[in-house]
Design a protein around this ligand. Sequence first.
Ligand code: PEP
Length: 249
Amino acid sequence: MRKLMAANWKMYKTSTEATATIEKLSTLLGGSAPAGREVLIFAPFTALEAAATAMRTFHNGSVGAQNMYPAEEGAFTGEISPAMIKSCGASWVLAGHSERRHLLGENDDFIGRKLRFALEKNLNVMLCVGETLEERERGELPIVLERQITLALAGVTAEALPHLALAYEPVWAIGTGRTAEMDDIQEAHSLLKSLVKKHFGKDCKVPILYGGSVKAENASAILALDNVDGVLVGGASLQAESFTKIVTA
Ligand code: PEP
């Protein structure tokens, strides 16, 4: 399976900065990701169109939004619909990122509604799941992952499989500089693999990415794990130079 090298730019970069970063990334990578790898950038809404335009000159690359609202249109002040995202040239959306769960109060039901609506509107969805430090210390990793996966995927059929990716992002490793141990990553990824199998009733080729303080120094060890299908990178994706080192790791 190809490895997805995903960048989450969070609330960083104007459209001009987004264009410059992608142009630099493209130059450093010689116009395309290495064979077997694909670059995906989750840009802020205001930079989506610029990012998608810049990405058109880049092979094996696409752009996604970091959020959306699960409705066609309507009186939802400040929100963005799937059609608006697609009109910018973006084809992916993130759902369930821990910053939205924990800072913005999104719960599993709402995340599930977003995921189903995005799939219905032909967006590809990357669902982020992961436990807090307290949950980990209480030995609740399997329960937390099962709850997050079950509620987010409720009603999702195998037809959606080509449009779905998962990212295991332990909350305690996001933006903290603390990366999960290789054994922890393996354990969580195999739990997720079996939860996906249980939900769809068969082995599925859903990519499962790892995210949480990925950087040039640890990317190749993480990518070498046999059940890791890519990485979701926050801080280290903001500079073209450091993200290039990860994409080529
Ligand atoms: C993220 O925002 O999804 C993330 C993994 O951030 P960081 O790489 O900075 O930990």
